[in-house]
Design a protein around this ligand. Structure first.
Ligand code: NAP
Ligand code: ZN
Length: 362
């Protein structure tokens, strides 16, 4: 049982809850106490059951991207149950299963927000963690915690049909791959390559195959060949084999690039057909150089995509519930988080670690 300690902080009732976070780029993650606001009129309070471990959590916790404010509590693949709602909340009630993804607020009035593209909010989206809150004068803290309080507009409805621990990664890995597949209308008749078979990559394979594309996994890990097929891929090519790479020139309509480490886009663009599109999802810590000729010859596009808006995230969750699509997960206890980070970096994850938040409550 979790008991809240109620504190009076900056004139607001705050509740102290347990979390896992990092106090510096070098420090391992450890248990810490954080404050959550009492639900305001439009807020939903959620008891977190499961939270996925995204590579973005690692980039942020370890200061690989600029701008981490410590202590940081990562986690943006959240599934849980509603425990309290503010008096103005209409869409959710206590006991309901819900999810929270990569952002918890936005201006709600700019062109992008009105279009349902809150992730591209012109005033800056409020990320689920490590972002200045619009509600409190503090930095948001993510899903590696027992509870979270989120504005109703940024809470997703989750079906109880699928195992909830395996639904959690859909809130980032699922929507981040679903959104570009839909935007570029990937489907039947298309050759789709998925570069990197990790959390995002395995969801790109499942979703791309479910939409009718012919999927090829491009991986540096021979050990993932059999899994790629089980996940729905039609082919598997080893990127460490220069000959295989050469044979792939002019092969794909789309490449979805999920690689988390620095790599050379120039090596993959020749694999696109004329008019082909390479969609970069991975955010390596260092920039990459691009030769213009790679795009000019063959009228190719190098594009990027950031998660997906709230409307599209709900659409993706409903699509996955209807098609029985979930993530392949390895469940961990809260105290295994540092090991999980090391294994993710080593590419030893099949294919998403998910924290069982019950292990943080005892
Ligand atoms: P992940 O589970 O660690 O998967 C990344 C995969 O990249 C690995 O499984 C590996 O696949 C490949 N890889 C890793 N290191 C490599 C290296 N040195 N050289 C070549 N390939 C390497 O990570 P993830 O959670 O899927 O996230 C992937 C990236 O997407 C991260 O940078 C993350 O921050 C970013 N991300 C972006 C968005 C967005 O909105 N655009 C959203 C979420 C995450 P193989 O073993 O198969 O080669
Ligand atoms: Zn993520």
């Amino acid at each position: 049982m979790v008991t809240f300690t109620v504190n009076q902080l900056k004139g607001k009732i705050m509740n102290t809850v347990r979390a896992i976070g990092a106090t510096s780029a070098e420090a391992p993650l450890d248990t810490l106490d954080i404050e959550r606001r009492n639900p305001a009129a439009g807020d939903v309070e959620i008891e977190i059951l499961y939270c996925g471990v995204c590579h973005s959590d690692i980039h942020t916790a370890r200061g690989e991207w600029p701008g981490t404010i410590y202590p940081v509590v990562p986690g943006h693949e959240i599934v849980g149950k509603v425990t309290r709602v503010g008096e103005a909340v209409r869409k959710f009630k206590v006991g309901q299963t819900v999810g929270v993804g990569c952002f918890v607020d936005s201006c709600q009035s700019c062109h992008n927000c009105r279009e349902g593209l809150e992730q591209y909010c012109e005033a800056g989206v409020t990320a689920t963690y490590n972002s200045p809150s619009r509600v409190e004068k503090t930095i948001t803290k993510g899903g590696y915690s027992t509870h979270i309080v989120v504005r109703e507009e940024f809470v997703l409805s989750v079906s109880d049909k699928l195992p909830l621990y395996a639904v959690a990664p859909l809130l980032c890995a699922g929507i981040t791959t679903y959104s570009p597949l839909r935007h570029w209308k990937v489907g039947k008749g298309h050759q789709l390559a998925v570069l990197g078979l990790g959390g995002l990559g395995h969801m790109a394979v499942k979703l791309g195959a479910s939409m009718g594309a012919e999927v090829t996994v491009l991986s540096r890990s021979e050990s993932k060949r059999a899994d790629a097929q089980k996940l729905g891929a039609h082919q598997f090519e080893l990127t460490t084999n220069p000959e295989a790479k050469e044979n792939l020139s002019n092969r794909f309509d789309f490449i979805i690039d999920t690689v988390s480490a620095s790599h050379d886009y120039n090596e993959y663009l020749p694999m696109l057909k004329t008019n082909g599109v390479m969609i970069v999802l991975g955010v390596p810590p260092t920039p990459s150089e691009l030769h213009a000729t790679q795009l000019i010859f063959g009228r190719k596009t190098l594009a990027g995509s950031l998660v997906g808006g709230i409307r599209e995230t709900q659409e993706m969750l409903d699509y996955c519930a209807a098609h029985g699509i979930v993530s392949d997960v390895e469940m961990i206890r809260a105290d295994q988080i540092n090991q999980a980070y090391e294994r993710t970096i080593a590419g030893d994850v099949k294919y998403r670690f998910v924290i069982d938040m019950a292990s943080l409550k005892v």
